[in-house]
Design a protein around this ligand. Sequence first.
Ligand code: BTN
Length: 296
Amino acid sequence: MQALQQAGLEIYSVRGKGYRLAHPFEMLDAETILAAVGEEARGKLHRLEVHHEIESTNAHLLTIAKQSDASAHACIAERQRAGRGRRGRQWVSPLGGNLYLSLLWRFQNGAGSLGGLSLAVAVAVMRALREIGLQSAGLKWPNDILVDGRKLAGILLELAGEAAGPCSVVVGLGLNVHGQSAEMATVDQPWTDLTSVLGHSVPRNVLAAQLLHHLINVLSEFETQGLTPFLGEWAAWDVLAGNEVTLYLPAGEVRGVARGVDENGALLLANDGKLHRYHSGEVSARIAPRSTGGCQ
Ligand code: BTN
């Protein structure tokens, strides 16, 4: 019982009956996920691993990428001991009902062709979230998924391979599903979880299947078309557009009004009457409320 509590589960005792989970959750199951992923995506998915516990789903697939030419290889875990976030941060990954999902994909055209991939991945995640009934999420450049300014999901892309020639990308997604746990209380930025924003729980196996379905479709399309087919949805869900933002760069900070993204996914900032493009950096903004619903 103690081990389960240390792993992040909230457990209470019921007099005369034993113990009960404060927030019961459905365990992840490869067969159930595969049955719900859809025929086309299932045909493209080479392998799906479901782990009870792992260091990091991204780190695991990166090791595989360095040793082989594997592609369309997915890994999901109930818990990560060393979940990785962007900019070297930790991704708090307790047991108890969130999703930690990675997908390894091999691109034939080299890293140079991958500009904007992280934005396309965010569009895939938004499509899956909207399909399960979440209309209020928006995108914060480059790929944070927010609801009312609070982080619902984060995406981390990690690359294995050369700048020229085929390369492998591990797409990692952390999605807060049932966030209520002692470990999640240690997260030091505003966050929310799917159950709270929807007002009901969503079966995680169905959720994982929807996410894989859309990720596989988007990665396949990105290989041939690049970011272009996804720019319309990105713009419709962009929560920064029109807002004053501060962009933190290694060399200092710049301020401006966010004006969407260019065809390669670079952030466009207007200041001093000019439009500037930025390919990296960390944005902070007080976001004015706007509708994020208008995209088909
Ligand atoms: C972020 O900092 O916003 C990105 C977080 C990405 C977390 C996910 S959880 C699954 C995958 N494995 C990891 O170690 N990290 C990513």
